[in-house]
Design a protein around this ligand. Structure first.
Ligand code: UDP
Length: 440
């Protein structure tokens, strides 16, 4: 699946088989480690993506080294995350969490550390560099040029797009990031977008060459996220069997708009007071870097709305634990202001639970509107409340979405993601590197 956008098919120069797949790649994940638990801080969908893809690449004979910044003195220089996947900790800047804007200052020592690790361990070993998020791309570019190999870049989120859909009170992404992304779009040998929408944004907002952009959708672990008994799942969570559970999973930050779910829940119990007896709203996830006050504000909001007794704020959960939440939920709600893809939405559907989501970013790809869930324009809690009320009170209607969701999620496996990435890697390796002029 090399590309879903017009023009990008041309990137298939050489196409699958046009060049051999790389034997070993350097994945750069500067600001967050694949060893971190997703759902708080800077760890989210990108971490899941890197882990799932790296494991499956290694299973297909492509060794992956993931370079990430060391955040504590106890971290060994290298950790085998899975057979064929090594996480390399690079010292750059002070230990501890650093926000992404501060991290930009430590790009130089990070790049130096990456180059030194390669020279020490196995010089000339990497066939390709894959950068994730713009900061990693900036580091990856230097390494790729030094090693004379291509740079494939996944942005995951884009500053211009994020800034055009800020939640109230959110701080815009700085101009330095916008400029950094602009440069990277010109300099990377190839760009991988999660959705056709993101590919179009790269082309229209960043002037990317359509011939160097491919769309490769992320996936879902279909062995972990499976349908199961709702009654059992509710029991596991310690909830009565008639509970109507509305679920939010993800980092608790303004951009993800968990407040919209709380406001919708307040409307639900106002309109249908009998629901108060059995409604539960679970917010699963932790603090996120730039938004440290958000969980406290959310708890305050629940009190102000008079639904504090219905809201359960849960710490980040492992994937094995999350399965019970998805299976137990009447619906998973994803009211984000912007979302590059929305793995949570796909995981929920894989567990046969419908998704009620905002029609933004990658969510129209992640959710089949009217089939596996309902997409809503905007963030008016009344609109969410209306759909959620039907999901709760018309189980047959709700279950039809659930059943269709399983089929939709099956089409989004990590294995298909790796097929697409290997096509991109082969094609990029077969293409002449960009001339130096493009790097200005
Ligand atoms: N996640 C998790 N535990 C939690 C909350 C979230 O493992 O407590 C995972 C979730 O399963 C999903 C990822 O974090 O795979 C979030 O990805 P998504 O694309 O929904 O959002 P992002 O973090 O990229 O904004």
């Amino acid at each position: 699946m090399l590309s879903e956008i017009p023009g990008a098919a041309g990137t298939g120069a050489g196409g699958p088989g046009g060049s051999a797949a790389p034997r070993r790649i350097a994945t750069i994940s500067l600001h967050t480690s694949p060893l971190d638990q997703p759902g708080s801080g800077d760890a989210g969908g990108m971490n899941v993506y890197i882990v799932e893809v790296a494991k499956r690449l290694a299973e297909r004979g492509v060794a992956v080294d993931v370079f990430t910044r060391a955040t504590g003195p106890e971290q060994p220089p290298e950790v085998e995350m899975a057979p064929g996947v090594t996480v390399r900790h690079i010292g750059a800047g002070p230990f501890g969490a650093l926000d992404k804007h501060t991290l930009a200052r430590y790009l130089c020592p990070f790049v130096f550390g990456v180059l030194r690790a390669e020279a020490r361990n196995d010089p000339g070993h990497y066939d390709l560099v894959h950068g994730h998020y713009w900061l990693s791309g900036r580091a990856g570019l230097v390494a790729a040029q030094r090693w004379g190999v291509p740079l494939v870049q996944s942005m995951h989120t884009l500053a211009r797009v994020k800034n055009s859909a800020l939640a109230e009170g959110d701080v815009p992404e700085p101009e330095a990031r916008v400029r950094g992304e602009d440069q990277l779009v010109r300099q990377a040998d190839h760009l991988v977008a999660n959705t056709a929408d993101e590919a179009a944004q790269l082309i229209h907002h960043y002037d990317a060459d359509p011939g160097r952009v491919s769309t490769v959708p992320p996936g879902v672990d279909l062995d972990v996220f499976t349908p199961g008994s709702r009654a059992d799942a509710l029991r596991t969570l310690g909830l009565p069997s008639d509970t109507a559970l509305l679920l939010f999973v993800g980092r608790v930050q303004r951009l993800k708009a968990p407040d919209v779910l709380l406001r919708a829940a307040a409307r639900l119990v106002e309109a249908d007071p009998a629901l108060r007896e059995r409604l539960v709203v679970a917010v699963v996830g932790g603090l996120s870097g730039a938004d440290l006050e958000q969980p406290r504000r959310l708890a305050e909001l629940a009190r102000t709305l008079g639904i504090a007794d219905l809201v359960r704020m849960e710490p980040p959960r492992t994937r094995a634990e999350l399965v019970h939440y998805y299976r137990a939920a009447t619906a998973t709600v994803v009211p984000s202001h912007s979302e590059s893809f929305g793995l949570v939405a796909v995981e929920s559907q894989a567990c046969a639970t419908p998704v009620v989501a905002a029609r933004v970013g990658g969510l129209p790809t992640a959710v089949r509107d009217g089939v596996s869930g309902v997409l809503i324009d905007g963030h008016d809690p009344a609109d969410y409340a209306r759909v959620l009320h039907r999901m709760i009170t018309e189980p047959a209607w709700r279950d039809r979405f659930g059943a269709a969701g399983v089929g939709h999620a099956r089409g989004l496996s990590w294995s298909a993601t790796v097929d697409g990435l290997l096509d991109v890697y082969r094609a990029t390796s077969a293409t002449e590197p960009l001339p130096a002029a493009a790097n200005q």
